[in-house]
Design a protein around this ligand. Sequence first.
Ligand code: AVJ
Length: 321
Amino acid sequence: MSVQAYAVRDEQRPPDNALLQIVQRGLGARPKRLPSWLFYDDHGSALFEQICEQPEYYLTRAEIALLTAHAGDIAEMLGPDVRLVEYGSGHAIKTRLLLQQLAAPVAWVPVELSSEPLRLSMQQMQAHFPLLPIQPLAADFTRPLRLPVPPRAPRHTVLYFPGSTIGNFEEREAAQLLRKMRGEMGDNGGILVGVDLKKDRATIEAAYNDRAGITAAFTLNMLTRLNRELGCNFELGAFRHRARYNAMAGRIETHIVSNKEQRIRVGRLQTLFREDEAMLVEYSCKYSLEEFAALATLAGLAVQQIWLDPEGLFSLQYLTR
Ligand code: AVJ
């Protein structure tokens, strides 16, 4: 047996090549930049759930309040025999509020990258709606989807994209994603999308800098993940979380900032972080209603209806051709 076969560092699985390339490219870029989907390993997903419970993180509470107030109207507007395709599957409460009101839904199709969260949310949802056909789809929703054949013909397909996840995409990418969704929903389908709204800086910045430090832990967990999956040597104490609202661009910009000059190993490469060098890890774009309408137009869509939560912090918008 060759020694080479054992050259893999112990207690680590062999580095995933695609991931390694993405990270090497991101750390080689200037300024350094890593994609925000890297947050969501098991621990990151659990931390995100905790973020949603922080008093400062108004988004989730506002969206739930919105659905509590308006799910009935939304369901009425959508009509019966809807196929609900959900981008993501980690929104059990919101989805339940909506599904409860829908008349004779044809199927619920949660779309999620990893199959484990998919299986879990499927089980939970089936327990609440024993008669609802569930057709989970393990896929990357930024790529063209091949939707499963529905159990019966839907009146129309509604793509449900809650949580303001659309905000993680820069405007050009967001328009591209909406245009892709436009194709998937078909001629008389629609998109029901959660959009966080522009508001005062203090409220927005607090949401991404909770006092309990959960968001900071969520951000830095990306480094833990890279240590584990790629054998990097990030020291958690040597970096800090920074989230600031860029009012000009209308977005929260989250960075991981180096506390000192240090070298980090990424596979066979090394990268140098200067003291206070900031690596971009997330945008969370905020929109005015006018700006989002303009974005929809760019994607060949029109805003049919807008619902707001009682405090006017967050919107749910229905887009059609
Ligand atoms: C799940 C993408 C909507 O941008 O507000 C929360 C993720 N990041 N706190 C957001 C997140 C830091 C969240 N989204």
